[in-house]
Design a protein around this ligand. Structure first.
Ligand code: GLN
Ligand code: ZN
Length: 757
């Protein structure tokens, strides 16, 4: 039995890559110094995997920002607006990822989207009619050679041709099918080059195959790979899928000339069934994804052994591996000094998963493995009853009836009541919640954590920041203010730390996008609200101003989706437990005079099943009610906002309306404004604040740019329903760009207001 890893986290155990990259952005280190740091991480990862006996170690899983963007550069699919700035390749790459504003020009970044059903974000490649796809870069070869020089033969990995073309946006007339020849030629050349370098295997990652596929999609897939594989030389090709099963194209997949096929037996509901029903071709290697690359619980060896013994009936050569790249889990448990052994023994982060693969390899390769100590102790661990049951919470949840999910009176009635109560101007301006987490905020939090700053000193510091933030917003002239979220490290982690039933880690970072990482809480037991979580900060902020101040919470679906969820109870059950806790906080804020409360569901869409057939039953049927339960108890005059970090909800638009919020803000600036047409067509009744500028980029939008965005919005949405706001929280931004951006936003809204009244 051999083992394979699809990809390994590249941020470094202590986020070294993030810090180095940010230093490079600030021009504190050179490109060479950045590259040196990156190389250290890569070599460390190679050696770690080698030490754990991994047989198929990936290379080119490393990225300075994102693998899809890497692939666009590899394939020459880089829009001219970036290349013509005349920067070197690395800087052009970063500009495409982040935008640029300086003496050379002013360009926006490429769009960024969620990577399937994860909290990782990829950069969307842009293809236009002039794009010439060809092999243009050398990164996969360089990194392969680098590993080889370190005495680690690797399996280079590249985003596959199908997935690359499916994820790209097409700006001209040409579509994916028009690029088949060019793309296939580029990948063929890539295979030949790897052949010349002596690579045994190349891995093509094709997660798009687990999505619903049309006949055209299947034709595209087959056409691409018939061509690519016809030029195959000595290098073997592993077609690696993940995040689900390949039910739409299994037949084609197994009949194409791949040497290995990677299937996901963790998330792929039908993977086993497909193999059983259709068999698996002789002479090919089945890469079985059995170690969960998305969650942090120890592998259940007994279940894995059962899957493998089932598969052995159909496939004669099986390699065990991770279900997807380990990018989605933290690096190592080694740096968790505060978490007790009673918890840690249940966890496996990336490094520990390597150990699991080594143990599994051993176990599965031995007859009578049931007696082996590793197997026996793993079985004992999984039969242990975990502490953390809260009977009171369970009773409350099981007593819920239909009324608990309905807010009264109906939307339009509330809208009238609230309009009268608030008398806000046309195009009210607001922000999404957080203000820049400047270095003083981060160092105060750190000092508090290490005990250098007392609780009371920390509290006064946060209050001082809140006061400055409120004053700043009054000065800028925003209509609905926020407290700035300075007390929060992260919108989910903060609540995780406040809620009973969650565990939190010290260094368990996971990359979200580029240099941004998150530290997801672990849902360990039943969830309950131990104490008020945000109330004192909101009360304090409101006490400083006569303007309206928005309370700011994270919603249950997002908390769940951005945590490592339990696997011993259903997601629905966990979501309702969290909803109950957030509901208590909502009612507490309301009772304390907060008139507007925003409940962020930034990640609502994230865990939407990849296949449409599963949407309702597996997800929306409990996710939307969980949100409704959070606010169904508030008074009609309390205004509930929600926020989503994307605008891709055309297909679930009726569900979004059905969340029954009063106002929703979402991302719109980075994607085109087509969502507005969809809102119009569907008679979307919720008031909307489509973000007027992109906060993921440091560039400052001009007043005119924002006015143009407002203009486009008013063509499609009744002016009375529109809010004007940035597209997300400002915490990752600096003050130097935030203040002028918000000033421009307020000026633009004022002008639009005058022109429209
Ligand atoms: N209220 C949060 C903030 O402003 C929302 C962040 C998000 O949507 N990711 O930071
Ligand atoms: Zn957001």
């Amino acid at each position: 039995m051999k083992s394979s890893v699809i990809g390994y986290p590249r941020i470094g155990n202590l986020r070294e890559l993030k810090f180095a990259t940010e230093k490079y952005f600030r021009k504190e280190i050179s490109a060479d110094e950045l590259e040196k740091e990156a190389k250290k991480i890569r070599i460390y990862n190679f050696e770690l995997q080698k030490a754990n006996g991994i047989d198929f170690i990936p290379s080119n899983d490393f990225s300075f920002y994102d693998n899809v963007l890497d692939t666009a550069f590899l394939l020459n699919a880089v829009p001219e607006r970036y290349t013509q700035l005349g920067l070197d390749t690395l800087d052009t790459y970063f500009v495409a990822a982040r935008g640029y504003q300086g003496e050379k020009g002013d360009v926006k970044a490429l769009a960024m989207k969620k990577w399937y059903n994860t909290n990782y974000h990829y950069i969307v490649a842009e293809i236009d009619d002039a794009t010439q796809i060809k092999l243009a870069g050398t990164k996969p070869f360089d990194l392969y050679k680098e590993a080889l020089d370190a005495d680690v033969p690797t399996k280079p990995t590249v985003i596959g041709a199908y997935t690359f073309l499916k994820l790209a946006v097409y700006k001209g007339k040409k579509q994916a099918a028009d690029f088949i020849e060019q793309t296939a030629a580029a990948y063929s050349e890539l295979l030949q080059k790897f052949g010349a370098l002596g690579a045994q295997w190349v891995q093509f990652e094709e997660p798009s195959l687990v999505k619903d596929m049309t006949a055209d999609d299947i034709a595209l897939f087959v056409s691409l790979y018939s061509k690519i594989l016809s030029a195959k030389g000595s290098t073997k090709v592993l077609l690696q899928t993940y995040f689900g099963d390949v039910r739409d194209c299994y037949e084609q997949l197994v009949s194409l000339d791949f040497d290995g096929i990677g299937l996901d037996f963790t998330e792929g509901k039908k993977s086993i069934e497909l193999v059983k029903a259709n068999g698996f071709p002789k002479g090919k290697v089945l890469f079985a994804g059995v170690v969960n690359g998305k969650n942090i619980w120890r592998n259940n060896f007994e279940m894995t052994a059962n899957i493998i013994s089932e598969l052995k009936k159909y496939a004669d050569d099986i390699v065990i591996g991770t279900s997807c790249s380990l990018l989605h889990v933290p690096c190592t448990l080694d740096n968790e000094t505060k978490l007790g052994e009673e918890y840690k023994k249940h966890f496996a982060f990336a490094q520990e998963k390597l150990g699991e693969l080594e143990q599994l390899k051993e176990i599965l390769g031995t007859d009578g493995y049931e007696q082996s100590p590793a197997f026996v102790s793993n079985k004992a661990l999984h039969s242990e009853k975990r502490a953390g049951t809260n009977d009171e919470v369970r009773a409350k949840i099981s007593a819920l009836g239909n009324d608990d999910f309905v807010r009264l009176p109906a939307f339009s009635e509330r809208e009238k009541i609230q309009k009268e109560r608030f008398s806000l101007p046309l195009f009210p301006t607001t922000t999404i919640g957080s203000f820049p987490q400047t270095s003083d905020v981060k160092s105060a939090r750190k000092a508090h954590r290490t005990g250098e700053l007392s609780d009371s000193d920390y509290e006064s510091f946060i209050k001082q920041k809140i006061a400055q933030c409120v004053a700043l917003q009054e000065d800028i002239g925003l209509d609905v203010l926020v407290h700035g979220e300075y007390e929060r490290n992260d919108m989910v982690e903060y609540f995780g730390e406040c809620l009973d039933g969650c565990l939190f880690t010290e260094k368990a970072w996971v990359q979200s996008y580029g240099t941004r990482c998150v530290k997801p809480p672990v849902i360990w037991g039943d969830i309950s609200r131990a104490k008020p979580m945000t109330v004192k900060w909101s009360i304090y902020a409101q006490s400083l101003t006569d303007k309206l101040l928005k309370g700011m919470l994270t919603g249950p679906v997002t908390i769940l989706n951005w945590s490592f969820p339990r696997e011993d109870i259903s997601l629905k059950e966990s979501a309702l437990q969290i909803a109950l806790a957030i509901r208590e906080e909502v009612l507490d804020l309301e009772a304390n005079g907060i008139k507007i409360i925003q409940v962020d569901e930034a990640a609502l869409r994230e865990k939407l099943p990849l296949r449409k057939a599963d949407w309702k039953e597996d997800y929306l049927d409990w996710a939307i009610p969980a949100f409704r339960f959070v606010h169904s108890g508030v008074k009609p005059q309390t205004q509930i906002h929600t926020h989503m970090c994307y605008s891709e909800f055309a297909d679930i638009i009726t569900y979004i309306d059905d969340m029954d919020a009063d106002v929703i803000t979402f991302e719109a600036s980075r994607s085109d404004l087509t969502i507005l047409d969809v809102l119009k067509q569907n008679h979307f009744r919720t008031q909307v604040g489509p973000g007027v500028y992109d906060i993921h980029s440091p560039r400052v939008p001009s007043k005119d740019e924002i006015k143009t965005a407002i203009g486009k919005m008013t063509q499609r949405i009744p002016a009375q329903k529109l809010w004007i706001n940035p597209d997300c929280g400002l915490k990752t931004r600096g003050m130097q760009e935030t203040v002028p951006s918000l000033k421009n936003l307020v000026d633009a809204a004022r002008e639009a207001r005058n022109e429209n009244s």
